[in-house]
Design a binder for this molecule. Sequence first.
Ligand SMILES: [Zn+2]
Length: 266
Amino acid sequence: MKRMKNDRLESQIAQVAEVAGYLWQRGWAERNGGNISVNVTDLLTESEKALPAISESYALPKTMKWLKGNCFLVTGTNRRMRYVASQPMENMAIIRIDNAGDTYEIIADNPVRPTSELPSHLSMHDYLKGQGIDNKVVLHTHPTDLVAMTHYRPFLQPDVLGKLLWSMIPETRVIVPKGLGIVPYELPGSMALADATIQLLDRYDVVMWEKHGALAVGSDVIECFDMIDTLSKSAQIYLQARAMGFEPEGMTEAQSEELRKAFHLC
Ligand SMILES: [Zn+2]
């Protein structure tokens, strides 16, 4: 059975394709680098949620207690962001978690296997939903400047890099008010990486995986991209200053605090 046209879902697919294009243009998505998942359950009609599976049923490594029956739009394993941008539904799929939260199957449009990061994405969605947070999106990408900064040990101490980036240009604190979490290096795709990330999601909307990439969560895929893009802007200012041969002064603590109060930030 072919999926019927659904304007709200088409609009969400178009947004993910738009962001996939930005990731590629930014140079953050070499080959198949990065992945995106979006909880689309609320965008689907009852008949879409009940579409027959077009794949076998795949086991999840743990029960996703809060995601029973939920549906996700997910980028495909080994698929390139530049092609997600140009041919979104040839490179993404919609999957449905079963009613026990233990398995998933693909329901539309094509049998594109989800990213190998699916278990970690779903664990994050599961955790945030369990906390009562209206989270829809998990976005992971490889911003060159920010990843480079995680190769410097002093930046890996809690809030050091986040505060430095806040101090480069006022908007960064406004757009990323919770700052930047740092997850120590773990094997890509591992549950250890997912678990370490989850521990920081109460405090941060964006985390850096040491020597690997950025991960943002939120209710809107464009907003998730914008947070990472803004942090990258700050990183660029820092790197340009260093390239000109000086350590940038940065905004003072007092200026940052004034900004926090003026914009009613957390
Ligand atoms: Zn990655």
